[in-house]
Design a protein around this ligand. Structure first.
Ligand SMILES: [Zn+2]
Length: 165
């Protein structure tokens, strides 16, 4: 299993990203200490929901790779990848990916956060498109979902794609 050792997080990835260079970034004031702590917690790799899903998949006997590059965009990675059957799994954080139930946005720098999170959602859709173009099936799991339920959903897709058609 190849675990990424890059010190980067999602936020810094995006700061480097040229994907949305044409979109003007709104001005913002520096986030306060509490918000910075929240951001670093939410943006890190190997989040608790991701680890829980990996454990549940492993317990079902499924084997996967983590942090595999997305075909067509070397700067993006799949959270969990079943490379033989081409099934990509992403565990989307409610905050960063704008979950309708829990994706509350800070009131400070609201315009910037809207820009940021809408940009993440657009990038997710673009990643889905890239993977589909390369023959992958994409499963997106919200961090609020039960890891076991999500693992069952993933297993169904993986097993279906293992069967000869
Ligand atoms: Zn949620």
């Amino acid at each position: 299993m190849t675990e990424s050792v890059e010190p980067s997080n999602q936020a810094s990835d995006e700061a480097r990203s040229a994907d949305r260079a044409s979109i003007n970034e709104p001005r913002r004031i520096s986030p306060g200490g509490r918000l910075s702590a929240k951001m670093s917690t939410l943006a890190r790799q190997d989040t608790a929901p991701e680890l829980a899903l990996r454990s549940a998949l492993h317990a079902m006997g499924l084997r996967y790779r983590v942090q595999v590059h997305v075909p067509g965009n070397r700067r993006r990675r799949m959270d969990i990848a079943f490379t033989k059957v081409k099934v990509a799994v992403f565990v989307d954080g409610c905050f960063w990916h704008g979950c309708l139930a829990h994706g509350t946005r800070p009131t400070t720098n609201r315009e910037w956060w809207d820009w940021k999170i809408e940009g993440n959602k657009a990038r997710d859709e673009d990643t889905n498109r890239l993977l589909a173009e390369h023959g992958w099936e994409v499963i997106r799991v919200w961090e609020h979902e039960s890891a076991v339920d999500a693992a069952v959903r993933v297993r169904q897709v993986v097993e279906a794609r293992r069967r000869p058609s």
